[in-house]
Write a protein that binds this ligand. Structure first.
Ligand code: KG4
Ligand code: ZN
Length: 333
C-alpha cells in the first residue's frame, strides 16, 4: 500500500510517500523559516501563498524520489487541522483533488495525531497503549494512546506551548526564529543552575503545565540585567531550558505513574531538544519506564508522520469519502 501525504498546517510545506506502515520512500520539506524570520513569527497570509508555490514542485520531487507514478498511489492523507485556515486549505484542496482525479481514498489527519504516531516510523517503536507528550510550537499536551484512533487527554498547558516559550524567549534575547534549536545549542555551554527560573505547577498533582510565568521571569531578568552575552547568554539559555525540561519530564512521569502506563513517547518539534532527551531518558529509566523519542527529523513537522497516521486511519475505518474540511481548531480528544 502506497500512501501519499501532504502537510501544510503551519510554516512547513511537506510531501511524503510511505509504503506500508514505515517504509518512507520520499520525504520532502520546504521550510518557510527564512521568509517568516523577518517578522519574528509566522505570518498566515504569507504562509498560505508560499504553500501554494511550494506544494506542486514538492509533489513532483516526491513522486520522482519514490520512483512512482501518481496512478500507483493507493491513498492520500492530508493534515486538516489544527493549523492556519488558509495554509490548511492548500493541502486539503490538493489531496482531495488528487484523490478525486485518481479515484483513490483520501483521509484528513489531525496534526497532533501525526506527531503522536511519528514514532511508528522507528524500528522497535512501541505499539499502543503508550503515553505520549506532544510538545511543539502550538501544543503541549499529554495523551494516552489506547489504540490507533483512541486518544485520551491527560493534561495540557494552561497558556503557552513549550515551543512558543522557546520562541518568545529567543526573540527577547534577539536570537531569531525559531528559538528552540538556537537556545538548545547555546545551552550546551551554559550552567543549568546559574539562574533560578520558576517551575510552575511542578507539584500541582495533575497534568497541567504553565509557561507564562517562566516567560515573564525571563523578561524581568533581561529588564533588570540587560540582554546577556557570552557565557551569560549560555547560562541564561541553559537555566531557561532546564526549567522547561524539568517540568515536562516530571509531568510525564507523574502522569505515567497515575495512569499505570510504562511505555512513554515524547514527540513534536521540542522533542528534538537535546536536554529534554537526556533528562527524559534519565528520569524514565529511574522510574522503571521505557521512553522513546522519534529521531529528530520525525519530531519537527513533516509529511511522513501524516502518512503513518493516515495509513492507520484507513486500516481501521476503510476507504472514506472526501467529506472533511480544513478545521483550524480541530481537537483530538
Ligand atoms: O512540531 P513543530 O515543528 O511545529 C509545530 O507543530 O508547532 O514544532 C516547532 C517548535 C518551535 O517552537 C521550535 O522552536 C521548537 O519546536 N523546536 C525546539 C527544538 N527544535 C525545534 N525546541 C527546543 N529545542 C529544539 N532543539
Ligand atoms: Zn507540528
Amino acid at each position: 500500500m502506497l500512501t501519499l501525504a501532504v502537510e501544510t498546517s503551519c510554516d512547513e510545506t511537506a510531501v511524503a510517500v510511505l509504503r506500508g506502515e514505515r517504509e518512507v520512500l520520499a520525504n520532502h520539506i520546504s521550510s518557510q523559516v527564512e521568509i517568516h524570520k523577518r517578522w519574528g513569527g509566522v505570518v498566515p497570509e504569507v504562509a498560505s501563498r508560499s504553500h501554494l508555490e511550494q506544494v506542486f514542485p514538492l509533489l513532483d520531487i516526491a513522486l520522482a524520489t519514490a520512483n512512482i507514478q501518481l496512478a500507483q498511489v493507493d491513498a492520500y492523507a492530508v493534515t486538516n487541522g489544527p493549523g492556519l485556515q488558509g495554509a490548511l486549505l492548500v493541502g486539503v484542496m490538493l489531496a482531495k483533488t488528487l484523490a478525486l482525479l485518481t479515484g483513490k481514498p483520501v483521509v484528513g489527519v489531525n496534526h497532533l495525531e501525526g506527531h503522536m504516531l511519528a514514532v511508528r516510523l522507528e524500528e522497535g517503536a512501541p505499539q499502543p497503549p503508550f503515553l505520549t507528550l506532544v510538545v511543539s510550537g502550538g501544543h503541549t499536551s499529554c495523551y494516552v494512546v489506547r489504540d490507533y484512533g483512541r486518544y485520551e487527554l491527560l493534561g495540557a498547558t494552561r497558556d503557552d506551548a513549550a515551543g512558543e516559550a522557546y520562541d518568545k524567549v529567543a526573540r527577547l534575547l534577539g536570537l531569531g526564529y525559531p528559538g528552540g534549536p538556537v537556545i538548545d545549542r547555546l545551552a550546551a555551554a551554559g550552567r543549568r543552575d546559574a539562574i533560578e527560573f520558576p517551575r510552575a505547577l511542578l507539584h500541582s498533582g495533575d497534568g497541567a503545565v504553565s509557561f507564562s510565568g517562566l516567560k515573564t521571569a525571563a523578561l524581568r531578568h533581561v529588564q533588570a540585567n540587560g540582554i546577556p552575552s557570552g557565557s551569560g547568554l549560555a547560562d541564561f539559555c541553559a537555566s531557561f531550558q532546564e526549567a522547561v525540561c524539568e517540568v515536562l519530564v516530571n509531568k510525564l512521569v507523574f502522569l505515567a505513574r497515575q495512569s499505570r502506563v510504562d511505555e512513554l513517547v515524547v514527540c513534536g518539534g521540542v522533542a528534538a531538544n537535546s536536554r529534554l532527551r537526556s533528562l527524559g531518558h534519565e528520569m524514565a529509566s529511574g522510574a522503571g519506564m521505557r521512553l522513546t523519542f522519534p529521531s529528530p527529523r520525525w519530531c519537527t513537522d513533516n509529511a511522513a508522520m501524516i502518512a503513518v497516521a493516515g495509513y492507520h486511519r484507513l486500516r481501521r475505518a476503510g476507504p472514506s469519502s472526501a467529506d472533511f474540511d480544513a478545521v483550524p481548531g480541530a481537537r483530538l480528544a
